[in-house]
Design a protein around this ligand. Structure first.
Ligand code: ZN
Length: 294
């Protein structure tokens, strides 16, 4: 059995240029829940001038169905983001930093060391506010500016995050540079260091077509939690450096075909992907939803 964290409403839409209304986002989330998805990264609390698609985070969180069995995550990159998140009913706060100095310098004008100090303080504040927190580490499998990232650096960040109270670590391949052998090496190193009881998620982008291969490699090395995006949202052809997430229903199809449960209804996910295509008014990157009837 694996667990999917659906990131389409956040990471997917964030990388799409076409504006999607609050009502459409909420309807997407309702359909995902109906299809059996139980964890959704629904929003991010970031500067709306930088990411206009996420400007309605508070409205989305106000309107989504509140259910005991559904966990909503909100991404924050700073203390001001956390302050916004704490005013909403998000169940868990995802706090992120990249493992690359150059990536952090370009995006947040800080080194990894400075960023870890800032983000662990944010995590402790979330904990003090009794809000669960998970740590997301970006560019784990390579950085477009810095190149290779050492596993020891990733483990050091993960250790700081766990010490600061994170209940899960997610390792993200921000720009789709990972390969399956590398994914297994990083996963094994993580489990060697923190044990297999420490929840570990993987967040792959399909930038170079390896998202699903990397997901399988991670599963074989012991990972049970996967971020994925319905219909592979996020690969907008009009956005520079289009970087879609690994596609939810493609991932579900693979695991279910292999006899590994996902707790979801593939047909309903496919219907949701088809609806999403009509909203975005263009063919999306998912393969399985377009193969229906083939
Ligand atoms: Zn991502």
């Amino acid at each position: 059995m694996i667990e999917i964290c659906e990131v389409g409403p956040r990471d997917g839409l964030q990388n799409e240029k076409k504006p999607v209304s609050t009502e459409e986002k909420v309807h997407l989330i309702e359909q995902l829940i109906d299809a059996g998805i139980r964890k959704i990264e629904a929003v991010s609390f970031v500067n709306q001038k930088v990411v206009p698609q996420m400007a309605d985070a508070e409205e989305v969180m106000k309107a989504v169905p509140k259910r005991e069995d559904v966990t909503y995550a909100g991404l924050v990159l700073s203390r001001s983001g956390l302050e916004r998140a704490l005013l909403t009913p998000v169940d868990i706060v995802h706090v992120m930093i990249a493992a690359s100095d150059q990536f952090n310098m370009r995006n947040a004008r800080r080194t990894v060391e400075q960023g870890v100090a800032e983000q662990t303080a944010v995590m402790k504040d979330a904990g003090a506010a009794k809000r669960p927190v998970a740590g997301v580490i970006g560019t784990v499998f390579g950085c477009p500016f810095e190149g290779d990232i050492s596993i020891s650096r990733v483990l050091k960040i993960a250790d700081a995050f766990l010490q600061a109270g994170c209940e899960q670590i997610t390792l993200a391949d921000t720009t789709g540079l990972a390969n399956p052998i590398q994914v297994q090496a990083v996963t094994r190193a993580f489990i060697d260091e923190f044990g297999d009881h420490t929840p570990l998620g993987m967040h792959f982008h399909n930038t170079r077509g390896l998202g699903i291969a990397n997901s399988l490699a991670a599963y074989q090395a012991g990972v049970k939690i996967f971020d994925a995006s319905i219909a592979g949202l996020g690969g907008c052809p009009f956005a520079p450096k289009a970087v879609g997430n690994v596609c939810t229903e493609d991932l579900v199809h693979m695991f279910e075909q292999m006899g590994i449960g996902t707790g979801t209804d593939l047909n309903k996910l496919i219907q949701t992907a088809q609806w999403m295509e009509s909203v975005m008014a263009r063919p999306l990157d998912g393969m399985v939803y377009r193969a229906v009837g083939a």
